[in-house]
Design a protein around this ligand. Structure first.
Ligand SMILES: Nc1ncnc2c1ncn2[C@@H]1O[C@H](COP(=O)(O)OP(=O)(O)O)[C@@H](O)[C@H]1O
Ligand SMILES: [Mg+2]
Length: 165
């Protein structure tokens, strides 16, 4: 899936829409692991902006700030439909400042990504080299100009249509 966004709010809306689709799908299907989304691309590409919309789509209120200085933030996912969502927690992780496996271990990330109740969204995932970490899907953000970004969503290396989720 490839989309051009022309403003930060358009990227937020994309995240919001995407979150709703993921939640809907998971009503029907349970995986044995967390749903892991890896965000790639340069600084200022729109990764954190996307997460803000994504959190809104899950019904999480309040502003989602960049976790660069705290590395990891955990949010409870409220019940946003008549039936409860299977997912309980959103973890927003920014690996920009991570430079050792020891730090990854201290976050408890291995346990977090093994828990099917979690949605885990990771910025700067390339800094984590652990072989147990696999992304359910990855999203690449390309800077085109000040207001324009190209957003590419891939699963197992293949681009997928948004309606697949
Ligand atoms: N189309 C767009 N999509 C996302 N952000 C945009 C867009 N156009 C301008 N921006 C701006 O670019 C910046 C993106 O920052 P941020 O989301 O923190 O990026 P990252 O987390 O990838 O470093 C914000 O200041 C945002 O307002
Ligand atoms: Mg960021």
């Amino acid at each position: 899936m490839e989309r051009i966004t022309k403003s930060a709010s358009e990227t937020k809306r994309l995240g919001e829409d995407f979150a709703k689709r993921i939640i809907n799908k998971k009503y029907k299907k349970r995986d044995k692991k967390a749903f892991v989304i890896c965000l790639k691309g340069d600084l200022g590409g729109g990764k954190t902006t996307f997460v803000q919309g994504f959190a809104k789509g899950l019904g999480i209120e309040g502003k989602v700030l960049s976790p660069t200085f705290v590395i990891m933030k955990k949010f409870s996912i409220p019940c946003i439909r008549e039936k409860e969502s299977f997912y309980r927690y959103l973890y927003h992780i920014d690996c920009y400042r991570i430079d050792s496996s020891k730090e990854v271990n201290s976050l408890g990330l291995k346990e977090i990504v093994s828990d099917p109740q979690n949605i885990v969204i990771i910025e700067w995932v390339d800094r984590i080299k652990e072989e147990w970490l696999s992304c359910t899907l990855s999203i690449q953000f390309h800077f085109i100009d000040e207001k324009t970004r190209r957003v590419i969503i891939k699963e197992n290396g293949k681009t997928k249509n948004l309606s697949c989720y």
